[in-house]
Every structure is written in structure tokens, then in C-alpha cells.
Ligand binder design. Structure first.
Ligand SMILES: Nc1nc2c(c(=O)[nH]1)N[C@H]1C(S)=C(S)[C@@H](COP(=O)(O)OP(=O)(O)OC[C@H]3O[C@@H](n4cnc5c(=O)[nH]c(N)nc54)[C@H](O)[C@@H]3O)O[C@H]1N2
Ligand SMILES: Nc1nc2c(c(=O)[nH]1)N[C@H]1C(S)=C(S)[C@@H](COP(=O)(O)OP(=O)(O)OC[C@H]3O[C@@H](n4cnc5c(=O)[nH]c(N)nc54)[C@H](O)[C@@H]3O)O[C@H]1N2
Ligand code: SF4
Ligand SMILES: [Mo]
Length: 667
């Protein structure tokens, strides 16, 4: 007889859905959304509706593997865990003796968002003295932009958007990446709210928007500052709110806004000046406008500044004091649990060098003193998801690089490994999850036993620590003991939480203080349009990096994949169809290209073959490649990140995936 057990979706998605998992005779037979989850309310996205197909996918790794063929050939033989751990530790001890601990580099990212398994390697690698990794692949520039203006202010509760009369999805493909936010959007719409999408192409979310505004890639700051120009010019600002809560309004008005007329911004954004006027007036006249900002517009050389310019808007109209008004950049509840009990930075003897994850391609090939001699990858697929794929693969091909990959599947990266270790899925290990799109916390217990010989991230680091002779007590704890320890550590967030529910694996919502939206946690206690701590104290438009090529390349999310996850799923691959490049009909005609033919997108970093999909959803001068495919599906042995670059954002060392230009030719 089947029973249902609670769990949490572990993926890197703002929603962190509550799951009810059907189990019969020790096997998962189905998954549905947990109707008792306060934010996700019983629905799941198409990717997770059949999570059991991922758990039992034909490609699931069940035993440790040792490379037998050339690097990258994917030829391995099974070995025991004891053998695998022994090979790793002997090789590392030799590397440490010859080159020092910094010759070893961990590479992990966001395959699982659980606080223990996600951070499982930190204590071990600090203790080992390995090089450190700056994990800035996703949206550090977006977070920087928010903090530069708002400091540690709490984000508005996403469900508040239900009370808004104008919701702006600013570079957010919510239908693919944040579907449960749409619950509030739909409620607002039923009460007459307008919904706008501001994007670089009419992405799938366009169909739920009343208006779609397409801007030139990397130009949103010009739009935001020009909207501010009109708001001030036409007296649509809330002077009382500004006097009380805003720092730097006069400087912004005097030094920045005069240059940003709608006409000037039109040249940068491509939007007609009258449309910019219309947008500003509608924003200024809305009773409670709510902006939700996506990550894409921050993945440019000017990303942090763009976000600052957008975040400034509700300060001008006083939208913060209205129910339903404000701007949501991301929910930050990182301090709810004391994760340093797991990460244990104190185990680091000497501060070792830091390598930016976006620049692993160069680091693997160019670093000396010491060179990287070993890469340990867990819950990430760097060969597919990092920028500048040719450089990353060039590094992974090095005969003298000892690569270990702990994975659920034989990914693009695992193919280049010397040792592959099988990983559990989230249904096979414990963890505790927070979310970056809402205020819930939830603990998850294993629902089934590990498939084959799979082990969790934490278990593997405990084995490695023992084999290395590390006697620190932490490496003898279990995942559940670490979770209990975090839960026993008081934090302001946990006060007022029903701990019995949380410990039992039920979703709990962290309580928000009354009036939190007007409690501006910045050094001045005000919204800081003027930020004296930044070398650029006022928001303005800065140009993105760009490239010498005619088309901007949008490396946009897919509805049926999540970064490179879900490529194991035949059902989802069928829905994604094939590696396509979307192009505007006039551009295709201009290039003499036909719908459906094979083309090569290229720039100085690489060449990637796609099927051309001619589409009016894409404006001229832009091409779109949705989703990150595994190399198994590549047409010419490379996927989209062979085109993207290792350049960083203006602040916070972030990725610049969208700041990429290419040319296109027939294959
Ligand atoms: N189905 C699905 N869900 C996902 C993911 C996925 O890959 N697939 N990824 C997960 C992860 S790790 C993250 S970080 C989030 C990301 O979630 P989002 O923030 O929604 O996704 P982004 O990749 O940032 O892209 C959002 C939109 O930004 C647009 N965009 C690009 N450049 C610009 C610009 O200059 N201006 C404007 N206005 N728009 C621009 C893109 O065209 C795209 O439509 O989603 C998570 N959820
Ligand atoms: N071109 C382009 N590149 C992108 C993006 C894009 O939109 N376009 N998005 C970027 C963004 S926003 C992000 S956040 C990154 C994401 O980059 P990654 O975090 O590397 O994400 P995934 O591609 O999902 O790969 C995660 C891997 O972890 C494995 N895994 C899952 N759970 C576990 C576990 O418990 N243990 C172990 N050991 N393995 C596990 C999965 O099988 C999967 O292969 O990609 C970035 N790269
Ligand atoms: S990927 Fe996102 S929307 Fe889909 S089930 Fe997981 S948390 Fe929910
Ligand atoms: Mo991300």
C-alpha cells in the first residue's frame, strides 16, 4: 500500500515547493504538491511533477567509477567506495606534499539548495587548506544592487503583490522560473491590476502580461532613470515620504536626472520616448505598484548598477508605504539558521587564495604557484554551466589534473572525471531548506533508502575526512545531528516559529515584523539613493561589456529544464524538442537563413550549432537560446556556454551570461 511522505523540492528555484511523495514497497511511485504549504499551495512545475523519473532515470549512477579511457571519453569501470576513497586521498596527499593544499580546488554550486548538503564540503576543504571558490555564478550583482540602496531591509512578502494595481515583471520569466509568484499576480489581475513584462524578448511569460516592453539588452538602467526623470518632472513623487525616508534625492535630481530625458533613454533602450513617458506616468499614478526583478538583467557588466536604478523607483513614489507596493529582488533569510555550524570557516588555518567560479576556465589553464592539480566537483556541472566552455573543457582535458565528480548522473563534467562518485537525490538524504522567493523553512527526512550505492554529499566528506586523518568532531556527526544543532541555535528569525512543526518536517513560515517594509536597515536608516560607500554614489546608466558582433545572445531559462538539471529526463527533453536558436524574421531574411535549418552562432570564444527557429517573439538584433543542454544533445560538440565570457559584473564578481554578442551563419 502506498503512503505519502513530506519532502521539499531541492532545486535552485525561488519557490522551494513542498512535496508529498508517494512511496510503495520502498520505492517512489509519484509526487504531488503539498496543499498545506503556505506559499506553493499544492502545485508543482512540469519538471517536478514526475520527480520519480529523475530518481530512477536510466542514467542514474549507482556505483563509484574509475576512468579507464582517455579523458572525456566517458569510459569507466566500477570500483568499491573503499577503493575510490583510497585513490582520492592518496593522490591528494601527494599533491599537498608537492604543491600544497591550494593546488586542490572544490567546485560546487546549487544542484541542491539544502543547507547541509549544499554546504557539505566547506568544513572539509577549509581543514584541507584547499583554494577557496567565490560562488558568484548566479546573481551576486543583483543582491549588491539591492543592498546598495536598501541594505539589510527585508524584502516584501511576495504574496503582497496580490494587493497591487500594477505588477511589473522586470526581466523575470516567472512562468518558467517562479511560477508560484503568479498566484499573487493572478489574484491581482482578477481585481483589475495591470501586469507588465519588461524583457529583451517576448519570453513565455509574455502571454500572461497585459503589456510587453522590449528593451535593448543591458539598457534597463536608462529606462529606470528616465522614468525617475518623468516622475520628478511631472510632480509624481511623494515629497513627504522622500523627506522622511530617502537619502540623496536632491543629488539624484540635480546630478543625474537632467541627462535622462525620455528621448535620451530611447536611444539606449530602443523604446520610443512616448512609451517611456507612458510607462513613467502609469507607474507614478498607480496606487501600489509592485516590481519583481529577475536575475538576467544583472548578468551584465553593468548589472549591479542596473538593479540600483530599478530599486530606486519605489523610493520616489513612496510605494513602500502602500500595501502591495515596493520591489522584490529576492528574499534573504540566510540568517534564520546558523549555517556556520556546518561551514566551519574556523577550521581554516591560513587564509587560502580565492578563485572566482566564473573564471575556472582560465584558472584551470593558467594558474601557477601552485597550478590547480585537482578539482573536486559536487552538485554542479561546470562543463555545461560555466561561461567560456572551451576554456573549461580545455582545462578538464589536462592529463595532470585529477578530477573527482560526485554526481547523480554522468554529466558533461563527470565524463571528464578520473573518479566518479554516485550521489543521492534529495529523497534519499536529510536536509533543511530555506527559500529565496518566500519566507518558509522546511526540514526534509529521507523518503527512501539510497538508490544503489549512492551517498549524500555530507557522508562523502565524512569518509574523506576520516581517510585524511582529520579528527575534528564535526566529521563524525550525521546530517540530522547538524540540522538539530542549527535548530537548537537561537536566531531572531526562529523566535515565534513553531519549532515542533519545523522539526517534524512541516513547512513553517518565518514571521515578519509589523511595519517591516518601512524599517530600512541601511547605515542612515533611510533608502539610500545616494550611497557614499560606493565609488559611484548615485545610480545611472553604464554601458554593458558587449562584443564586436551583431546579435545579442540571450541564454534564457527553459520551461522544462533548470540550468543543466533535468537533461536526464526523456519526457522533458521531448518537450524541449531540440537545441534551437530563436531569431527575428527580418534578421533571418537579411541573413538568407530559413526556419529549421542548422546554423552556427559564433564569436571569438567559440562556435555552437543550433536549429534556427524564426520567431516574431524576438526583436531584431537579438537571438535567444533557451536552456542549458548536456553535450549529449549538442549538434557540434558544444553548447551555449561556448559563447559566453568569463568577464565579471561591475560589482560583486558576478557572471555576465547575457552580456554576450554573436554572429550567425548557415552551418
Ligand atoms: N524552469 C526553470 N526555472 C528556473 C531556472 C531554469 O533554468 N529553468 N533557473 C533557476 C535559477 S538558478 C535562477 S537564478 C532563476 C532565474 O530566474 P529569472 O530571473 O526569471 O531568469 P533569468 O535567467 O534571470 O532570465 C529572466 C529573463 O531576463 C531576460 N533578460 C535578459 N537580459 C535582460 C535585460 O537586459 N533586460 C531585461 N529587462 N531582461 C533581460 C531574459 O530574456 C529572460 O526572459 O530561475 C530558477 N528557476
Ligand atoms: N548559458 C547559461 N548558463 C548558465 C545559466 C543560464 O541561464 N544560461 N544559469 C546560471 C545560473 S543562474 C546558475 S545558478 C548556474 C547553476 O549551475 P549548477 O549549480 O551547476 O546547476 P545544474 O546545472 O543544475 O547542475 C547541478 C548538478 O548537481 C547534481 N546534483 C543534484 N543534487 C545533488 C546532490 O545532492 N549531490 C550531488 N553531489 N550532486 C547533486 C545534478 O545532478 C546536476 O548535474 O548555472 C549558470 N549557467
Ligand atoms: S523547480 Fe521550482 S517550481 Fe518546480 S517544484 Fe521545484 S521549487 Fe517548485
Ligand atoms: Mo541561478
Amino acid at each position: 500500500m502506498a503512503i505519502e511522505k513530506r519532502s521539499v523540492c531541492p532545486y535552485d528555484c525561488p519557490d522551494a515547493c513542498g512535496l508529498l511523495v508517494k512511496v510503495a514497497s520502498g520505492k517512489v511511485t509519484g509526487v504531488r504538491g503539498d496543499p498545506d504549504h503556505p506559499f506553493t499551495r499544492g502545485s508543482l512545475c512540469p519538471k517536478m511533477a514526475h520527480y520519480e523519473r529523475t530518481v530512477y532515470a536510466p542514467g542514474r549512477l549507482t556505483r563509484p567509477l574509475l576512468r579507464t579511457g582517455p579523458k572525456g571519453a566517458g569510459q569507466f569501470k566500477p570500483v568499491s567506495w573503499d577503493e575510490a576513497i583510497k585513490i582520492i586521498v592518496e593522490r591528494w596527499q601527494k599533491i599537498i606534499a608537492e604543491n600544497g593544499g591550494e593546488a586542490i580546488l572544490p567546485c560546487s554550486y546549487a544542484g541542491t539548495m539544502g543547507l547541509v548538503q549544499r554546504n557539505a564540503g566547506h568544513a572539509f576543504f577549509y581543514r584541507l587548506g584547499a583554494s577557496r571558490l567565490d560562488r558568484t555564478l548566479c546573481t551576486p550583482a543583483k543582491d549588491y544592487g539591492w543592498k546598495a540602496v536598501m541594505g539589510g531591509t527585508l524584502a516584501p512578502h511576495p504574496d503582497e503583490a496580490a494587493a497591487s494595481d500594477l505588477i511589473i515583471l522586470w526581466g523575470l520569466n516567472a512562468l518558467a522560473t517562479n511560477i508560484h509568484f503568479l498566484h499573487a499576480v493572478r489574484r491581482a489581475k482578477r481585481q483589475g491590476a495591470a501586469v507588465w513584462l519588461i524583457d529583451t524578448y517576448a519570453n513565455p511569460t509574455a502571454k500572461i502580461a497585459d503589456r510587453v516592453f522590449l528593451v535593448h539588452p543591458g539598457s534597463d538602467a536608462a529606462l529606470a532613470v528616465a522614468m525617475a526623470h518623468v516622475l520628478v518632472r511631472d510632480g509624481l513623487v511623494d515629497q513627504a515620504f522622500i523627506d522622511r525616508h530617502v537619502q540623496g534625492y536632491e543629488e539624484y535630481k540635480r546630478e543625474i536626472l537632467p541627462d535622462y530625458t525620455p528621448t535620451a533613454a530611447s536611444k539606449l533602450t530602443g523604446l520610443p520616448a512616448e512609451v517611456i513617458e507612458e510607462m513613467a506616468l502609469a507607474y507614478g499614478r498607480a496606487a501600489a505598484p509592485f516590481i519583481s526583478v529577475g536575475g538576467g538583467l544583472a548578468r551584465y557588466g553593468n548589472g549591479a548598477m542596473t538593479v540600483r536604478a530599478i530599486v530606486t523607483l519605489p523610493a520616489l513614489t513612496g510605494a513602500w508605504q502602500k500595501r502591495g507596493g515596493g520591489v522584490l529582488v529576492g528574499v534573504a533569510t540566510g540568517s534564520a539558521l546558523n549555517v556556520s555550524l556546518v561551514t566551519r570557516e574556523d577550521l581554516m588555518d591560513e587564509r587560502t587564495r580565492i578563485i572566482n567560479i566564473n573564471q575556472i576556465g582560465d584558472a584551470l589553464n593558467d594558474l601557477t604557484d601552485p597550478p590547480i592539480k585537482s578539482l573536486y566537483v559536487y552538485h554542479s556541472n561546470p562543463a555545461a554551466v560555466l561561461p567560456d566552455q572551451n576554456r573549461v573543457i580545455q582545462g578538464l582535458l589536462r592529463e595532470d589534473l585529477f578530477t573527482v565528480v560526485h554526481e547523480r548522473f554522468l554529466t558533461d563534467t563527470a565524463r571528464y572525471a578520473d573518479i566518479v562518485l554516485p550521489a543521492t537525490t534529495s529523497l534519499e538524504h536529510s536536509d533543511i531548506y530555506r527559500a529565496y522567493g518566500h519566507y518558509c523553512l522546511q526540514r526534509a527526512f529521507p523518503v527512501i533508502a539510497p538508490v544503489g550505492e549512492a551517498k549524500s554529499n555530507w557522508e562523502v566528506f565524512c569518509l574523506l575526512a576520516q581517510a585524511m586523518g582529520f579528527t575534528d568532531e564535526i566529521f563524525r556527526r550525521t546530517t540530522d545531528e547538524l540540522i538539530e544543532e542549527m535548530l537548537a541555535h537561537p536566531t531572531p528569525w526562529l523566535e515565534g516559529v513553531d519549532m515542533a512543526r519545523l522539526k517534524a518536517g512541516l513547512p513553517v513560515e518565518l514571521p515578519l515584523p509589523a511595519d517591516y517594509k518601512l524599517d530600512f536597515k541601511t547605515p542612515s536608516g533611510k533608502i539610500e539613493i545616494y550611497n557614499p560607500r560606493d565609488a559611484e554614489p548615485l545610480p545611472r546608466y553604464l554601458p554593458p561589456h558587449g562584443d564586436e558582433a551583431p546579435f545579442w545572445l540571450m541564454t534564457a531559462p527553459s520551461l522544462y529544464g533548470l540550468n543543466s538539471s533535468f537533461n536526464e529526463r526523456a519526457d522533458l527533453i521531448r518537450r524541449r524538442q531540440r537545441m534551437s536558436l530563436l531569431m527575428n524574421p527580418d534578421d533571418a531574411t537579411g541573413k538568407g537563413l530559413r526556419d529549421g535549418q542548422r546554423v552556427i552562432a559564433f564569436n571569438r570564444r567559440g562556435e555552437v550549432a543550433f536549429y534556427l527557429a524564426v520567431s516574431p517573439a524576438v526583436p531584431p538584433g537579438v537571438v535567444v537560446a533557451e536552456g542549458v543542454w548536456w553535450l549529449d544533445y549538442a549538434l557540434n560538440g558544444r553548447t551555449v556556454n561556448a559563447l559566453t565570457s568569463q568577464r565579471l559584473t561591475d560589482r560583486a564578481g558576478g557572471s555576465t551570461f547575457y552580456d554576450t554578442k554573436v554572429d550567425v551563419r548557415a552551418e
